[in-house]
Design a protein around this ligand. Structure first.
Ligand SMILES: [Zn+2]
Length: 403
């Protein structure tokens, strides 16, 4: 058992000061520093001074580690060109993947203060590395496949990967489910996989309305997807509509990723179903997918996406980009909301015991140090300065251990 304290602690979405945390692998108590010292006079006290902030470890809810071998093979700048390049180089990139590549991708996240991440896994190639990582992982086994002839085989393959991930689950490795997207998953697969999610109370994520081409295809069987689907799958019509797809998630609290092309009505349906939206601003920009309308999102989360469509997995880089992208919000207000998107909002959306500093939560911390001469100590300023001044976390703890 130890005490940790700093000038500020980010708790329940606010900054508190003169406080301390007692912890072992979980948080035992949070109170004023004086009370804690009186109650626990003889235990080790780790004191971060100056303008340090103890945050709950940050949560990056969307990445694809299986594409970590990509640097510039996949074509950025245009969603459709990128998608064609994924078809072309996917196998090559996955074949190049080794443990060192995955470990260095995870290390990038950790350096930026991430202690929990959501990994979308299409093949299971990153399962062992994720399991062995010191970070907590929500391991989203992905289902993909729109061809009716293939659904049985794809469903079997999905179940094998899911079962394997379940067999190695513990409190650092949480098996979960990813639906690739409305355009790429056959309604049979969607129904069967969501039935498993419901029965086993598993967390679900899905890419949703990432590009204008996706909307054109789902709404009118037209646009650039028409040629792509003809070429690769010999089909002329989408497997589902936007409304049908959303309807399938009615009773399932889902994390929808991107939603850059979703309108207010669709975002309202997600809000009504207690769903969340994972915002990946850099990936969206690099694939020219537009800007998510965050004003219509009740539960905003943040993800770096994979190195398939980004140049780093630093959540600090992602926070910075989001801050500069949404220019209609005052910087301090937006910064505080963004800090919540990687902490308390993520805690609420995933129901995991992470993302907040409270009794009983895992002792996962990210310590950041702000400039010594900081004069504006308002919440918005602390959030803003964390995002613009910090290049990395000073220290990261998981389950009470410095890693
Ligand atoms: Zn993705």
């Amino acid at each position: 058992m130890k005490i940790i304290s700093a000038k500020y602690i980010f708790k329940d979405g606010e900054y508190i000061n003169n406080s301390a945390i007692v912890f072992d692998d979980s948080i035992i108590e949070v109170d004023t520093l004086d009370n804690i010292k009186m109650k626990y006079p003889n235990i080790e006290h780790i004191e971060y001074s100056k303008n340090s902030i103890i945050y709950p470890g940050f949560i990056n809810l969307h990445t694809h580690l299986e594409f970590s071998a990509n640097r510039a093979k996949l074509k950025l700048g245009n969603f459709i060109e990128w998608l064609y390049s994924v078809f072309e180089y996917r196998d090559e990139l996955v074949a190049k993947l080794d443990e060192q590549t995955i470990d260095s991708a995870i290390e990038q996240m950790k350096s930026s203060g991430v202690t929990t991440f959501g990994a979308i896994s299409s093949f299971g190639a990153d399962m062992r590395a994720c399991r062995e990582s010191k970070l907590r992982v929500i391991y989203f086994n992905e289902v993909i496949g729109s061809s009716a002839a293939m659904v049985d085989a794809l469903f079997q393959d999905f179940k094998l990967r899911l079962d394997e991930s379940k067999s190695i689950s513990d409190d650092r490795f949480y098996p979960a489910i990813a639906i690739h997207s409305p355009y790429s998953v056959h309604p049979f697969l969607l129904r069967e996989v969501l039935n498993i999610a419901k029965k086993e109370a598993m967390l679900v994520t899905a890419h949703f309305l990432e590009s204008k081409e996706e909307r054109e295809w789902l709404e009118g069987a037209s646009g650039a997807f028409k040629e792509l689907f003809k070429k690769f799958f010999n089909v002329d019509t989408p497997v589902t509509s936007i409304d049908e797809f959303l309807d399938a998630f009615k009773d399932i609290k889902t994390l929808f990723t991107h939603c850059t092309q979703a309108d207010k009505k669709e975002l309202d349906i997600i809000n009504q179903n207690r769903g969340s939206v994972i915002h990946c601003p850099r990936s969206n920009r690099l694939l020219n997918c537009g800007v998510l309308d965050i004003s219509n999102v009740n539960s905003l989360l943040l993800g770096t996406d994979g190195l398939s469509s980004n140049y780093s997995l630093s959540i600090l880089d992602e926070l910075k980009s989001a801050l500069f992208m949404h220019t209609k919000y005052p910087p301090k207000e937006l910064a505080l909301n963004l800090i919540k998107s990687v902490t308390i909002n993520a805690a609420n959306a995933t129901n995991l015991n992470v993302g907040n500093i409270k009794q009983g939560a895992f002792a996962d911390f990210a310590i950041f140090e702000l400039p010594d001469d900081l004069s504006d100590e308002s919440s918005g300023s602390l959030a803003l300065n964390t995002i613009i001044e910090c290049r990395s976390a000073k220290e990261v703890y998981i389950a009470g251990e410095k890693i």
